[in-house]
Design a protein around this ligand. Structure first.
Ligand code: SAM
Length: 296
């Protein structure tokens, strides 16, 4: 396992970090007061935000499982996040112990904790890099040594592109990856969309995220579809994450103490409808949309 250049000690603590906020939403402990405060403020605008994150995580797990079944045995996970339950190498290597995974993230805490849990795992590594510079990722010596670009690859870009607000950089990342991989590779994208969000609520969320380490910008459905141009989109197409090949009730209703807590809060404060109805209401509305694509 290669030792990454980033250390948690480098973590900027003057701003909330989207990686640490995500960890907090998922019930992790690699976050600080500044992150929890920002995450709680977002939750007041979007009370089921933690549920969305869990649904996203479940989507990632299903996508990796799907790719393993297709025979993919090497993964490049860009914007991989702080390790949590169901990390890509765990899902992949449970089904194929020889599967190789390279994680890429720019956040020092994500990198340090990934390095710690990957100690002794020769088939997985973490690289600290900025996804806005794909050429650096694609030429990174660890990436090149671990992954064989002459064979099909599973590329995961999940819940990252909305943290790359510049269109040139976001589409440029996807284009660079598409150009680099072998025929038969798969690309998995999860992207936040403002679809169904009241514009003023979206604007408030954008302002909140502007104060974090990675200001974000959700894109419209049409803008998200552009990432998939000239690619074959697999069934069921570009859909809200829980609807992408759900395997059971948990995929539609991911359990979580904190999520339940937030939903209860929401129920009391805003709508007062039954729990499942609330979930369904929200899932018809603003959520990440995602799809898996087959590269020809
Ligand atoms: C919401 S998390 C998603 C984690 C994981 N992909 C998932 O879906 O569970 C977004 C991650 O993208 C990382 N990130 C944001 N901007 C980045 C950039 N320019 N380069 C690399 N990583 C970035 C953040 O540090 C964070 O860990």
């Amino acid at each position: 396992m290669d030792v990454p250049t980033g250390e948690a000690a480098d973590a900027p603590l003057d701003k909330p970090s989207v990686a640490r906020m995500y960890d907090y939403y998922l019930g992790g402990f690699h976050n600080f007061a500044i992150d929890r405060q920002a995450a709680d403020t977002v939750a007041t605008l979007h009370p089921d935000v933690a549920l969305v994150m869990r649904a996203n995580r479940a989507f990632l797990r299903r996508a990796v499982h799907f790719l393993i079944v297709q025979g993919i045995d090497q993964f490049l996970d860009i914007g991989s996040g702080i390790p949590t339950v169901g990390n890509v190498h765990e899902v992949a290597q449970r089904e194929n112990p020889a599967a190789r995974v390279v994680y890429v993230d720019s956040d020092p805490v994500a990198v340090a904790h990934s390095a710690a849990i990957l100690q002794g795992n020769d088939a997985a590594a973490i690289v600290q890099a900025d996804a806005r510079r794909p050429e650096q990722i694609l030429s990174d010596p660890v990436v090149r040594r671990m992954l064989d670009f002459d064979r099909p690859l599973g590329v995961l870009i999940v819940a990252l592109l909305h943290f790359i607000p510049d269109d040139g950089e976001a589409y440029g990342l996807v284009r660079a990856v598409r150009d680099a991989v072998a025929p038969g590779s798969y690309l998995v994208i999860g992207h936040g969309t403002m679809e169904g969000l009241p514009p003023e609520r979206y604007a408030q969320m954008e302002r909140l995220y502007a104060q974090t380490t990675n200001p974000g910008r959700f894109r419209s459905r049409a803008a998200v579809e552009r990432f998939f141009e000239e690619l074959t989109v697999l069934e069921p197409g570009i859909v809200h994450v829980p609807l992408w090949r759900p395997e059971g009730a948990d995929d539609l209703f991911p359990p979580s103490t904190r999520t339940v807590h937030q939903l209860r809060r929401c129920r009391l404060q805003t709508v007062g409808v039954a729990f499942p109805h609330l979930l369904l209401t929200h899932w018809q509305g603003p959520l990440c949309i995602a799809s898996t694509i087959f590269l020809i």
